[in-house]
Design a protein around this ligand. Structure first.
Ligand code: AMP
Ligand code: MN
Ligand code: MN
Length: 316
């Protein structure tokens, strides 16, 4: 897919990612914005996000121009959905999807069935930002675009650590860093540095974690009381599940936070032996082989039991 060819006749484009946006989601939407601004100064471009993007990404060009509301009076010729595996992941952006003349989807989730008019889904890619790079003409990539693409790849690959990094991913990263921005600084400031309370809550989650299935699984949970006590939001809990996974012998790590009464957001990470996207899909979620998520109802222990059953099936 060549993105410029796909929007050739468009005069207006709306861009959005998924609900509760992560690094790849914010970066991919802002990468497309910056790229289209460089290539097409006649185009009206709107970036929409249902939920506030994490402020750590405020250095990305266009961050302050992301819209949290939309006007039903405005119509867009093209809507571009990014990093979203299905329509329900779009949240309020669904309005754009339903009202645009043409819809385009660029993504890297294996579970994406291709819900738009034109779809480019590459489950082998590290991130949506990596997939996007292949749709861009080099001449319209500037430092701002490169910074966005780099940030997305860094965040979805756990700083180039996960198995979703291929030779191609590394080559793209190599080309991006040539634009001369502070790559180590971006990694440090957006991936590793956490606030004091975030580190405290991470400590609590590790302290209260439980090993089960002979040490092959680990689980921990943060409830609403704890979130209120530390005054943190769900987006501040990103990364805890990766720390749980870095426990010797563990094959699957599960982290949950309480969204409401008997309602949990579950994050799962795997070392490869268990496909956690399949486990999540049983309960209506999705994601990737080694990183998946789902929202579930029930008590903490009900949920652990339900997930364990599915994990065990794959371990046999
Ligand atoms: P998370 O655990 O939220 O960091 O998500 C890990 C991966 O699973 C990401 O690629 C998400 O896009 C995906 N994911 C998370 N939650 C859901 C969900 N409810 N439905 C489908 N995919 C999800
Ligand atoms: Mn994402
Ligand atoms: Mn992604």
């Amino acid at each position: 897919m060549n993105l410029l060819s796909e929007i050739q006749n468009a005069k207006s484009v709306a861009i959005a990612g998924h609900i509760r946006p992560d690094g790849d989601c914010i970066s991919s939407t802002l990468a497309v914005r910056a790229y289209l601004k460089n290539a097409r100064d006649d185009l009206k471009i709107t970036v929409f996000t249902q939920d506030n993007p994490p402020t750590i990404f405020s250095y990305l060009e266009g961050y302050d121009e992301m819209n949290l509301t939309y006007s039903p009076k405005e119509k867009y010729d093209v809507f571009i959905a990014l990093d979203s595996s299905s329509l329900d992941r779009l949240g309020d952006s669904l309005w754009f999807f339903e009202n645009a003349d043409k819809t385009i989807c660029v993504d890297h989730h294996e579970t994406n069935a291709g819900f738009a008019d034109v779809n480019l889904v590459d489950p082998k890619a590290s991130s949506t930002c990596e997939v996007l790079y292949g749709t861009f003409d080099e001449e319209y990539i500037n430092e701002a675009v490169a910074v966005c693409l780099f940030t997305g790849i860094v965040h979805d690959s756990g700083v180039f650590q996960y198995s979703n990094m291929s030779r191609k991913s590394f080559e793209i990263v190599g080309r991006l860093v040539e634009y001369g921005f502070d790559a180590p600084g971006i990694i440090q400031d957006t991936f590793y540095v956490k606030s004091y309370v975030q580190n405290q809550i991470l400590g609590r989650a590790l302290l209260e974690s439980i090993l089960f299935m002979d040490g092959k699984c680990i689980v921990s949970m943060v409830d609403r009381k704890m979130m209120q006590f530390y005054n943190v939001l769900p987006k501040h809990l990103d990364g805890i599940v990766n720390h749980l996974k870095n426990t010797r012998g563990v094959e699957v790590a599960i982290f949950m936070y309480e969204m409401g009464m008997q309602q949990y957001k579950v994050s799962m990470r795997s070392n490869g032996g268990v496909n956690v996207a399949k486990v999540a899909a049983v309960f209506g979620g999705g994601g990737h082989e080694r990183a998946a998520g789902v929202e579930m109802n029930g008590t903490y222990y009900d949920i652990i039991n339900a997930l364990s059953r599915e994990i065990e099936k794959q371990m046999q």
